[in-house]
Design a protein. Sequence first.
Length: 112
Amino acid sequence: MAQAHRFYVEILGLSELTRPTATDNGAPGFWLGCGNGQEVHLSAESRAIDLNGASARHAAFQATSVANLRQVLHKAGVSLGEFQPEPDNPKRLFIRDPWGNRLEFVELTKDE
């Protein structure tokens, strides 16, 4: 869980929340706040990389600046892997976390 904490809290900047003790059948994990009252709940699961790697399901997060996020991820050694910037939409970024979960980051304009 230390690697997950580093990725989500230290690199992405999400805030750790208090997690109830009787959660996810006792599996290790933690809860994160990601702004506007939204939360992400993470828990350990065996074979997560195998299960997540082929999936297109994903969570989407609003980013202040996708370009800055790309730099932060690169500096932290996070691979952008199979996902390349979309030429027609540079304000959208897909990555996979260290367990294969697909994540989308979208920079919204003031009109959206």
